[in-house]
Design a protein around this ligand. Structure first.
Ligand code: ZN
Length: 328
Protein backbone atom coordinates (compact mmCIF):
# COMPACT_ATOMS: atom_id res chain seq x y z
CA UNK A 1 0.00 0.00 0.00
CA UNK A 2 2.75 2.42 1.01
CA UNK A 3 4.70 1.52 -2.12
CA UNK A 4 1.64 2.18 -4.27
CA UNK A 5 1.00 5.60 -2.72
CA UNK A 6 4.67 6.54 -3.11
CA UNK A 7 4.74 5.34 -6.72
CA UNK A 8 1.62 7.36 -7.50
CA UNK A 9 3.01 10.44 -5.74
CA UNK A 10 6.18 10.20 -7.75
CA UNK A 11 4.30 9.80 -11.03
CA UNK A 12 2.14 12.82 -10.15
CA UNK A 13 5.30 14.87 -9.72
CA UNK A 14 5.02 15.28 -5.96
CA UNK A 15 8.61 14.12 -5.34
CA UNK A 16 9.77 16.73 -7.85
CA UNK A 17 7.67 19.39 -6.17
CA UNK A 18 8.89 18.37 -2.69
CA UNK A 19 12.46 18.65 -3.89
CA UNK A 20 11.82 22.24 -5.06
CA UNK A 21 10.01 23.17 -1.84
CA UNK A 22 12.73 21.75 0.40
CA UNK A 23 15.78 22.80 -1.63
CA UNK A 24 16.98 25.06 1.18
CA UNK A 25 17.06 22.14 3.63
CA UNK A 26 20.16 19.97 3.94
CA UNK A 27 20.14 16.20 3.62
CA UNK A 28 22.39 14.83 6.34
CA UNK A 29 22.57 11.13 5.58
CA UNK A 30 23.40 8.52 8.20
CA UNK A 31 25.10 5.18 7.53
CA UNK A 32 26.73 2.62 9.79
CA UNK A 33 28.57 -0.53 8.68
CA UNK A 34 28.75 -2.86 5.69
CA UNK A 35 27.69 -6.48 5.76
CA UNK A 36 30.56 -8.95 5.37
CA UNK A 37 28.32 -12.02 5.14
CA UNK A 38 24.71 -12.02 6.31
CA UNK A 39 24.72 -9.20 8.89
CA UNK A 40 22.34 -7.12 6.74
CA UNK A 41 19.68 -9.76 7.43
CA UNK A 42 20.41 -9.51 11.16
CA UNK A 43 20.43 -5.73 11.49
CA UNK A 44 19.73 -3.93 8.21
CA UNK A 45 20.08 -0.55 9.93
CA UNK A 46 23.56 -1.35 11.18
CA UNK A 47 24.97 -3.33 8.27
CA UNK A 48 24.14 -2.43 4.69
CA UNK A 49 25.05 -4.53 1.67
CA UNK A 50 27.91 -3.06 -0.35
CA UNK A 51 25.72 -3.15 -3.47
CA UNK A 52 22.90 -1.21 -1.75
CA UNK A 53 25.32 1.46 -0.60
CA UNK A 54 26.94 1.76 -4.04
CA UNK A 55 23.52 2.19 -5.64
CA UNK A 56 22.56 4.88 -3.09
CA UNK A 57 25.68 6.87 -3.95
CA UNK A 58 24.91 6.51 -7.65
CA UNK A 59 21.34 7.78 -7.08
CA UNK A 60 22.49 10.78 -5.04
CA UNK A 61 24.89 11.62 -7.87
CA UNK A 62 22.11 11.28 -10.46
CA UNK A 63 19.78 13.46 -8.38
CA UNK A 64 22.40 16.22 -8.40
CA UNK A 65 22.81 16.84 -4.70
CA UNK A 66 25.87 18.90 -3.79
CA UNK A 67 28.04 17.02 -1.34
CA UNK A 68 29.57 19.29 1.28
CA UNK A 69 31.67 18.49 4.31
CA UNK A 70 30.23 18.81 7.79
CA UNK A 71 32.70 21.63 8.46
CA UNK A 72 31.47 23.51 5.38
CA UNK A 73 27.87 22.97 6.38
CA UNK A 74 28.40 24.42 9.84
CA UNK A 75 30.44 27.32 8.41
CA UNK A 76 27.66 28.06 5.93
CA UNK A 77 25.06 27.93 8.69
CA UNK A 78 27.05 30.36 10.80
CA UNK A 79 27.32 32.71 7.85
CA UNK A 80 23.65 32.26 7.02
CA UNK A 81 24.40 31.08 3.49
CA UNK A 82 23.67 27.34 3.36
CA UNK A 83 23.87 26.10 -0.23
CA UNK A 84 20.70 24.80 -1.84
CA UNK A 85 20.41 21.07 -2.52
CA UNK A 86 23.27 20.32 -0.17
CA UNK A 87 23.91 16.95 1.40
CA UNK A 88 26.28 15.77 4.09
CA UNK A 89 27.24 12.09 4.31
CA UNK A 90 27.90 10.75 7.81
CA UNK A 91 28.95 7.26 8.90
CA UNK A 92 28.68 6.15 12.53
CA UNK A 93 30.84 3.92 14.73
CA UNK A 94 33.96 2.88 12.74
CA UNK A 95 33.19 -0.58 11.31
CA UNK A 96 36.10 -2.01 9.37
CA UNK A 97 34.14 -3.12 6.30
CA UNK A 98 33.45 0.51 5.32
CA UNK A 99 37.02 0.52 4.06
CA UNK A 100 36.06 -1.66 1.09
CA UNK A 101 32.31 -1.25 1.13
CA UNK A 102 31.78 2.51 1.44
CA UNK A 103 34.84 4.66 1.11
CA UNK A 104 35.75 3.66 -2.49
CA UNK A 105 32.17 4.39 -3.63
CA UNK A 106 32.17 7.75 -1.84
CA UNK A 107 35.46 8.71 -3.45
CA UNK A 108 34.36 7.50 -6.88
CA UNK A 109 31.42 9.94 -6.65
CA UNK A 110 33.78 12.67 -5.40
CA UNK A 111 31.62 13.09 -2.29
CA UNK A 112 32.73 14.39 1.10
CA UNK A 113 32.04 12.32 4.19
CA UNK A 114 32.43 12.26 7.95
CA UNK A 115 33.08 9.24 10.15
CA UNK A 116 31.82 9.58 13.73
CA UNK A 117 34.26 7.28 15.45
CA UNK A 118 33.95 5.41 18.72
CA UNK A 119 37.52 4.74 19.79
CA UNK A 120 37.37 1.82 22.27
CA UNK A 121 37.12 -0.97 19.68
CA UNK A 122 39.70 0.80 17.51
CA UNK A 123 42.15 0.34 20.37
CA UNK A 124 40.86 -3.07 21.51
CA UNK A 125 40.74 -5.04 18.29
CA UNK A 126 38.24 -7.85 18.65
CA UNK A 127 34.65 -8.40 17.50
CA UNK A 128 32.25 -5.91 19.11
CA UNK A 129 30.93 -8.01 21.94
CA UNK A 130 27.30 -6.97 22.35
CA UNK A 131 26.52 -6.99 18.63
CA UNK A 132 28.30 -10.32 18.14
CA UNK A 133 26.33 -11.88 21.03
CA UNK A 134 22.98 -10.74 19.65
CA UNK A 135 24.00 -11.97 16.19
CA UNK A 136 24.89 -15.47 17.44
CA UNK A 137 21.59 -15.85 19.31
CA UNK A 138 19.69 -14.46 16.31
CA UNK A 139 21.40 -16.77 13.83
CA UNK A 140 21.30 -19.97 15.85
CA UNK A 141 18.01 -19.28 17.59
CA UNK A 142 18.72 -21.19 20.79
CA UNK A 143 19.92 -20.85 24.37
CA UNK A 144 23.54 -20.98 25.50
CA UNK A 145 24.47 -23.64 28.02
CA UNK A 146 27.96 -22.91 29.45
CA UNK A 147 30.08 -26.09 29.55
CA UNK A 148 31.46 -27.67 32.73
CA UNK A 149 34.82 -25.92 32.20
CA UNK A 150 33.24 -22.55 31.33
CA UNK A 151 34.74 -19.41 32.85
CA UNK A 152 31.15 -18.59 33.87
CA UNK A 153 31.59 -20.84 36.90
CA UNK A 154 28.21 -20.11 38.47
CA UNK A 155 26.33 -20.73 35.23
CA UNK A 156 27.81 -24.09 34.20
CA UNK A 157 25.03 -26.32 32.94
CA UNK A 158 22.42 -23.53 33.15
CA UNK A 159 20.70 -21.98 30.14
CA UNK A 160 21.13 -18.35 29.18
CA UNK A 161 19.57 -16.15 26.50
CA UNK A 162 21.34 -13.11 25.00
CA UNK A 163 20.01 -10.59 27.52
CA UNK A 164 20.87 -12.80 30.50
CA UNK A 165 24.38 -13.43 29.17
CA UNK A 166 25.01 -9.73 28.57
CA UNK A 167 23.85 -8.91 32.08
CA UNK A 168 26.15 -11.58 33.58
CA UNK A 169 29.16 -10.27 31.64
CA UNK A 170 28.29 -6.69 32.57
CA UNK A 171 28.54 -7.70 36.24
CA UNK A 172 31.80 -9.62 35.69
CA UNK A 173 33.57 -6.89 33.68
CA UNK A 174 34.89 -6.46 30.14
CA UNK A 175 37.84 -8.85 30.71
CA UNK A 176 35.30 -11.64 30.36
CA UNK A 177 34.12 -10.52 26.92
CA UNK A 178 36.82 -12.20 24.87
CA UNK A 179 36.77 -15.64 26.57
CA UNK A 180 32.96 -15.67 26.63
CA UNK A 181 32.74 -14.83 22.95
CA UNK A 182 35.16 -17.68 22.17
CA UNK A 183 33.01 -20.07 24.20
CA UNK A 184 29.83 -18.82 22.62
CA UNK A 185 31.23 -19.08 19.06
CA UNK A 186 32.45 -22.61 19.73
CA UNK A 187 29.04 -23.52 21.22
CA UNK A 188 27.19 -22.30 18.11
CA UNK A 189 29.85 -23.63 15.70
CA UNK A 190 31.24 -20.29 14.53
CA UNK A 191 34.82 -19.04 14.41
CA UNK A 192 35.66 -15.65 15.82
CA UNK A 193 39.13 -16.00 14.25
CA UNK A 194 37.50 -16.24 10.84
CA UNK A 195 35.35 -13.21 11.68
CA UNK A 196 38.42 -11.27 12.66
CA UNK A 197 40.14 -12.14 9.38
CA UNK A 198 37.11 -11.09 7.34
CA UNK A 199 36.51 -7.97 9.42
CA UNK A 200 33.10 -9.21 10.59
CA UNK A 201 31.95 -7.23 13.66
CA UNK A 202 35.40 -5.60 13.70
CA UNK A 203 36.25 -1.93 13.91
CA UNK A 204 39.02 -0.25 11.90
CA UNK A 205 42.60 -0.34 13.13
CA UNK A 206 44.28 2.92 14.23
CA UNK A 207 46.43 2.77 11.08
CA UNK A 208 43.35 2.43 8.88
CA UNK A 209 41.73 5.42 10.60
CA UNK A 210 44.88 7.49 10.01
CA UNK A 211 44.93 6.45 6.35
CA UNK A 212 41.25 7.31 5.84
CA UNK A 213 41.87 10.71 7.42
CA UNK A 214 44.82 11.26 5.04
CA UNK A 215 42.58 10.35 2.13
CA UNK A 216 40.05 13.00 3.15
CA UNK A 217 37.50 11.29 5.37
CA UNK A 218 36.75 13.62 8.31
CA UNK A 219 37.07 11.79 11.64
CA UNK A 220 34.76 13.14 14.34
CA UNK A 221 33.40 12.30 17.81
CA UNK A 222 31.10 9.44 18.85
CA UNK A 223 32.43 8.92 22.45
CA UNK A 224 35.10 6.42 23.48
CA UNK A 225 32.87 3.54 24.58
CA UNK A 226 29.69 4.47 22.75
CA UNK A 227 28.06 5.79 25.93
CA UNK A 228 26.58 9.19 26.61
CA UNK A 229 22.93 9.58 27.60
CA UNK A 230 23.10 6.68 30.06
CA UNK A 231 26.03 8.03 32.11
CA UNK A 232 26.43 10.93 34.54
CA UNK A 233 27.76 14.36 33.61
CA UNK A 234 31.39 13.70 34.55
CA UNK A 235 31.53 10.35 32.79
CA UNK A 236 29.90 11.79 29.67
CA UNK A 237 32.55 14.52 29.60
CA UNK A 238 35.31 11.90 30.00
CA UNK A 239 33.80 9.81 27.21
CA UNK A 240 34.14 12.79 24.88
CA UNK A 241 37.60 13.78 26.07
CA UNK A 242 39.03 10.25 25.74
CA UNK A 243 37.46 10.00 22.30
CA UNK A 244 38.92 13.38 21.32
CA UNK A 245 42.39 12.39 22.55
CA UNK A 246 42.32 9.08 20.67
CA UNK A 247 41.28 10.79 17.44
CA UNK A 248 43.97 13.46 17.77
CA UNK A 249 46.56 10.71 18.28
CA UNK A 250 45.47 8.96 15.09
CA UNK A 251 44.88 11.96 12.84
CA UNK A 252 46.70 14.92 14.34
CA UNK A 253 43.48 16.91 13.94
CA UNK A 254 41.16 18.00 16.74
CA UNK A 255 37.61 16.75 16.15
CA UNK A 256 34.82 19.30 16.68
CA UNK A 257 31.63 17.55 15.63
CA UNK A 258 29.72 14.96 17.59
CA UNK A 259 27.10 12.30 17.01
CA UNK A 260 25.18 11.03 20.05
CA UNK A 261 25.50 7.24 20.44
CA UNK A 262 22.08 5.82 19.45
CA UNK A 263 21.07 9.45 18.94
CA UNK A 264 20.21 9.80 22.63
CA UNK A 265 21.03 12.64 25.00
CA UNK A 266 19.63 14.43 28.01
CA UNK A 267 18.85 18.11 27.69
CA UNK A 268 21.24 19.09 30.53
CA UNK A 269 24.10 17.35 28.70
CA UNK A 270 24.15 20.07 26.04
CA UNK A 271 26.17 22.18 28.50
CA UNK A 272 29.05 19.69 28.22
CA UNK A 273 29.10 20.15 24.44
CA UNK A 274 29.22 23.93 24.85
CA UNK A 275 32.04 23.64 27.41
CA UNK A 276 34.13 21.46 25.11
CA UNK A 277 33.59 23.76 22.13
CA UNK A 278 31.78 21.16 20.05
CA UNK A 279 30.52 22.91 16.94
CA UNK A 280 27.68 20.56 16.01
CA UNK A 281 25.92 17.38 17.10
CA UNK A 282 23.67 15.03 15.17
CA UNK A 283 20.82 12.82 16.33
CA UNK A 284 18.94 9.93 14.73
CA UNK A 285 15.73 11.93 14.24
CA UNK A 286 14.72 11.04 10.71
CA UNK A 287 14.26 14.44 9.08
CA UNK A 288 15.77 16.93 6.67
CA UNK A 289 17.95 19.51 8.37
CA UNK A 290 17.07 23.19 8.28
CA UNK A 291 18.92 26.20 9.67
CA UNK A 292 16.31 26.51 12.41
CA UNK A 293 17.38 23.20 13.97
CA UNK A 294 19.43 23.57 17.16
CA UNK A 295 23.14 23.19 16.29
CA UNK A 296 23.42 20.34 18.81
CA UNK A 297 20.25 18.59 17.63
CA UNK A 298 20.70 18.16 13.90
CA UNK A 299 18.46 15.48 12.39
CA UNK A 300 19.56 13.04 9.71
CA UNK A 301 18.06 10.75 7.10
CA UNK A 302 18.58 7.27 8.53
CA UNK A 303 19.32 4.96 5.60
CA UNK A 304 18.89 1.23 6.00
CA UNK A 305 19.33 -1.89 3.86
CA UNK A 306 15.64 -2.75 4.14
CA UNK A 307 14.51 0.62 2.75
CA UNK A 308 13.50 0.39 -0.91
CA UNK A 309 14.86 2.77 -3.52
CA UNK A 310 11.42 4.37 -3.77
CA UNK A 311 11.25 4.97 -0.01
CA UNK A 312 14.79 6.35 -0.09
CA UNK A 313 13.80 8.75 -2.85
CA UNK A 314 10.66 9.75 -0.91
CA UNK A 315 12.85 10.70 2.07
CA UNK A 316 15.66 12.38 0.17
CA UNK A 317 13.32 14.35 -2.10
CA UNK A 318 11.71 15.88 0.99
CA UNK A 319 8.32 14.32 0.19
CA UNK A 320 8.22 12.45 3.52
CA UNK A 321 9.26 15.57 5.42
CA UNK A 322 6.36 17.50 3.89
CA UNK A 323 3.99 14.61 4.58
CA UNK A 324 5.06 14.40 8.22
CA UNK A 325 4.65 18.18 8.44
CA UNK A 326 1.06 17.86 7.23
CA UNK A 327 0.48 15.07 9.73
CA UNK A 328 1.53 17.34 12.56
ZN1 ZN B 1 26.87 4.49 17.06
Amino acid sequence: MKALILRLSKVLGLFYLARKLTANKTRVLCYHGISVEDEHLFRPGLFMQKSTFARRMQLLKEWNFTSISLDDYIDQREQGVVKKNAMVITIDDGWQAILEGMWPQIRACQFQATLYLSSYFIQHRRPVFKVAVFYLFWKHDGLFKPAQDSCLVEYRGKELNAEMLLEVVKQLGSDYERPILLELCAYFGESSDAWQQKGKFMFLSPEQVAELHNQGLAIELHTHKHRFSEVGAEEARQELQRNQKAIVEMTGKRPEHFCYPRGEFREEQLAILNDLGIRSATTTDNELCSDTHHIHKLPRIMDNDSISELEFEAEVSGFMTLLRGLGR
